[in-house]
Design a protein around this ligand. Sequence first.
Ligand code: IMP
Length: 430
Amino acid sequence: MPAVVLVGAQWGDEGKGKATDLLGSRVDYVVKFNGGNNAGHTVVIGDEKYALHLLPSGILSPGVVPVIGNGVVVDIDVLFEELDALNSRGVDTSRLLVSSQAHVIAGYHRTLDKVTERFLGKRRIGTTGRGIGPAYADKINRVGLRIADLFDPKILAEKVEGSLDQKNHLLVKVYNRRAVDVDETVDELLAHAERLRPMVANTPLVLNQALDDHKTVLFEAGQATMLDVDHGTYPFVTSSSATAGGAVTGSGIGPTRVDSVIGVIKAYTTRVGEGPFPTELFDANGEYLLKTGGEYGVTTGRARRCGWYDSVIARYSSRINGLTDLVVTKLDVLTGMEKVPVCVAYDVDGTRYDEMPDDQTAFHHAKPIYEELPGWWEDISGARTVEDLPKNAQSYLARLEELSGCRISAVGVGPRRDEIIPVHDLIHGR
Ligand code: IMP
C-alpha cells in the first residue's frame, strides 16, 4: 500500500501529468488499466518533449516500473514504435511489463474502426480511428486475441480465423472492402512475439505482491469519466472503463486495496469527438480558451471543443469515482476574463436538474444555469500557495470546491512541471 487511482473527471485531456508530477519519485509502479493508443499525453522533461499514446507516463521516470494492465488493448506496432523512439533518446524502457491477458489490436480492428465511422455518417462517434472499439467489441464477443496467444501459433491461427470469419463477410458484403487474409495477419502478429516475450508478465500477481510489499502503485486511467462506456455520455464514449472501478478490473487488484482516488479536472471544460456538451461555447470566449489553452489533441491534432466549468459533471465524477481529491488544472488559462461563468445546474425543458440526468435525451437537452464569478488579470504562474493567488482566483477555487463535492488538493497554474500549487498530500490512507 498505498494504491492511488488517477482518473480524468471530464471528457479527457485534463492534464493528468500534473498530478503524476506531484506524486513524483514516491511512486514505484505506474499502471495503465484501460484504453490503448487513443490516449495522448505530452510529457516535458528538461528541454525534451515526449508524446506518448500507449505507454504509461511512468516509462520516463527512472526506477518506476511501468505496467500495461489486462484491461488495455495493445497495438504492438505502436508499442514498439514508442519504445524505439524513447530508446533512441536514451530512455531506459527495460522495466516495462505487459499483461499476458491484455488484448491485441490487429490491423483489421483499425480497418473496421474507420469504415464503421464512415458508414455511420452523421451518427458517427468521432473515434480516434485506432481500432479501440472493434478490439474491445471482440473481447466482449469472446473472439479477441490476447497477448498470451502470440506464444501459441496454433491457437493464434485458430483465433484469427474465427475472428475474421464473420468480419470478412461484413467487410466484403456490407462495406465493399477486400477480405483480410488470415495467414498474413497471423504472420504479422507472430513476427512480434520474440521481442515482446521478455516484457510479458502475470501483472495481477506482480501488482498484488507490490502492494503486499508496501510499494506505492499508481493506477492511471486513459480517457475520462464522461467517456467511460458505462458512466459516460453513451454512445459518445470510448469502449473501456475509464472510471475508478476500471482500475480494479483492468489490473486485477481488489477494490479494498484502493486508498485514494484523484480526479483531474480543468478549470474549464473541453471535449473532442462528437456528443453532448452543455457548457460548450461557440463565441469569442470559446475561441479564447482554445487558443490560450492550446486545446489541440495530441493523438489526432483535432481542435478541442471548449466551454465553461460544469459543476454538475464535477459532482457526478466525484460520486461515480468516489474521489478523495481533485486536482484543478489550467487555472492560468482563465486569467484576463472579466467574468467567469460556472455551471451550477441544468435546465431541461423547464425543469431544473441539480444532478446529472440519467437519460440521454434529457442530457442532450440540458441548458446550463450559470453563476458568474469575477475574473482576475494578474499573472498567476508564479503562485505556489493559494494565498499567492489574486483574491478573485481564490474565490473561484473556493466556489469550485463547494460545488464539486470533493476537496481541491492541487491547482495547476501553468504548463511547466513546477507551475503547481500543492494543497493536500495526494498520497494518503483512507
Ligand atoms: P475511441 O476511443 O477512439 O473509440 O473514441 C471514442 C471517443 O473517445 C471519441 O469521442 C474520442 O475523441 C474520445 N477519446 C478517445 N481517447 C481520448 C483521449 O485520450 N482524450 C480525449 N478524448 C478521447
